[in-house]
Design a protein around this ligand. Structure first.
Ligand code: ATP
Ligand code: MG
Length: 391
């Protein structure tokens, strides 16, 4: 019934060249998202995008709901500029929309049409009331609104508005490297960075055989789940070899500092990878105060090893809010699989909640920090996941 999907996008603040670049990238990302679903032309007019459907708007909408930059979608009926046709169109749209109260809202850019906007709204409202005895008009808070747009190329009628993700088009901000564990938080941190246009790559620190092959598979699966949201529909995942570092820390004489030291190693390795791959920021799933390694003192001491910006999109979220997001984006079920990541295997009984830089530097003086980093980097492998790659 709906030959068109109306695509609304946001970031009203964008002007001039930025806006053009935003739209071009959004269109490219949309094309990629729906390339396996039959569809017609995509047209850009007056700050909106229209996509011609092949009677399959639901299938197209499901794909587009994962495309950042789209604020909402509406399936739209199109008819000729003829009052009887418009009445019939409004009737079909109202019939297809649940609710008991409604109003009609008209926008007329084609001034040659004989009825003006209020007249057309009244005419259609009356017609709908006669057609559907169960409906009532409520102009203040109706259950649904029948929108009618009268333009030179025809009349466009719709009622449904499907909310989408908003944000900036994937890949419009630059590259960032996500420290991806197998937990609930870091995939959500990756998602929220993608939402603001970051092209996200991931690094996972793996400590085989202390952590299992399954824990690695779990992270790979999380990366696959994130890929459709990411730039290019793909996700590059580095698996960094962390075993020797874990062993060295385990042998060390500062058990309460081992998590802090481990995180400092993770950041150092991630920073080098990021610089090598052209990423401008690191991303973690830290949420303030959630565990010992995420107190302000811990974050301060861990952060001190790098001069790169670190994005922590979850810093102000409660666990419950993070869980809700992970359910929404589809990573939760995988994140709660039981396989341990390296942090749970080596967690000490009493991790320091206020580690200082002096303390950790003293502990690191006993270690061959550079040698351990070089070995971990040399044994790091790259997996490319997502569209066209190991789907
Ligand atoms: P998550 O649910 O993301 O694992 P968490 O609440 O378990 O988070 P921590 O285990 O303290 O918290 O980890 C904090 C952050 O450090 C993670 O969000 C992630 O960004 C990073 N991190 C932890 N372990 C790893 C790992 N094995 N590989 C890569 N990054 C990791
Ligand atoms: Mg974790």
């Amino acid at each position: 019934m709906y030959p068109l999907l109306l695509v609304r996008y946001g970031e009203l603040g964008l002007k001039g060249r930025n806006r053009r670049a935003f739209e071009d990238r959004l269109l490219a990302n949309m094309r990629r998202a729906i390339r396996e679903v039959p569809h017609g032309e995509i047209k850009r007019t007056f700050g909106r995008i229209y996509l011609e459907t092949k009677g399959n708007w639901e299938e197209l909408a499901a794909k587009l709901q994962r495309v950042f930059g789209i604020v909402s979608l509406s399936p739209v009926l199109r008819c000729r500029l003829d009052l009887e046709e418009i009445k019939e169109g409004a009737r079909l749209v109202a019939q297809d929309t649940p609710g008991r109260t409604f109003k009609v809202e008209t926008r007329r850019t084609h001034k040659q049409f004989p009825l003006n906007s209020p007249e057309l709204s009244r005419t259609l409202g009356g017609y709908l009331l006669r057609s559907f005895p169960h409906l009532k008009v409520d102009v203040h808070s109706p259950d649904f609104t029948v929108h009618v747009e009268v333009r030179s190329e025809g009349a466009f009628i719709y009622s449904q508005v499907i909310p989408c993700l908003g944000g900036l088009p994937a890949g419009s901000s630059g590259k960032g490297l996500l420290l991806l564990s197998g937990g609930i938080d870091s995939p959500v941190a990756g998602f929220l960075s993608m939402k603001r246009g970051v092209d996200v790559e991931g690094v996972h620190f793996h400590s085989y055989p202390f952590t299992s092959q399954q824990s690695k598979e779990k992270v790979i699966q999380l990366a696959r789940l994130l890929a459709p949201y990411n730039a290019g529909g793909r996700f590059r995942l580095w698996i960094a070899y962390f075993t020797e570092i874990q062993k060295a820390l385990h042998k060390g004489s500062y058990p309460s500092l081992s998590v802090t030291l481990m995180r400092r190693f993770m950041l150092r390795i991630a920073e080098r990878l990021a610089r090598r791959e052209g990423a401008l920021a690191l991303i973690t799933g830290d949420s303030l105060g959630q565990v010992a390694s995420q107190t302000m003192e811990s974050i301060h001491t861990i952060n001190a090893v790098t001069s790169m910006p670190i994005f922590r999109p979850l810093i102000g979220l409660d666990k419950q809010e993070i869980v809700e997001l992970s359910v929404k984006i589809g990573t939760y079920e995988t994140s709660i699989l039981p396989y341990e990541d390296c942090c749970t295997v080596f967690v000490p009984k009493n991790p320091a909640t206020r580690p200082t830089i002096t303390q950790v530097e003293r502990a690191e003086a006993e270690l061959d920090v550079e040698g351990l980093i070089a070995e971990a980097l040399a044994k790091t492998e790259l997996l490319e996941l997502g569209q066209d790659k190991m789907l």
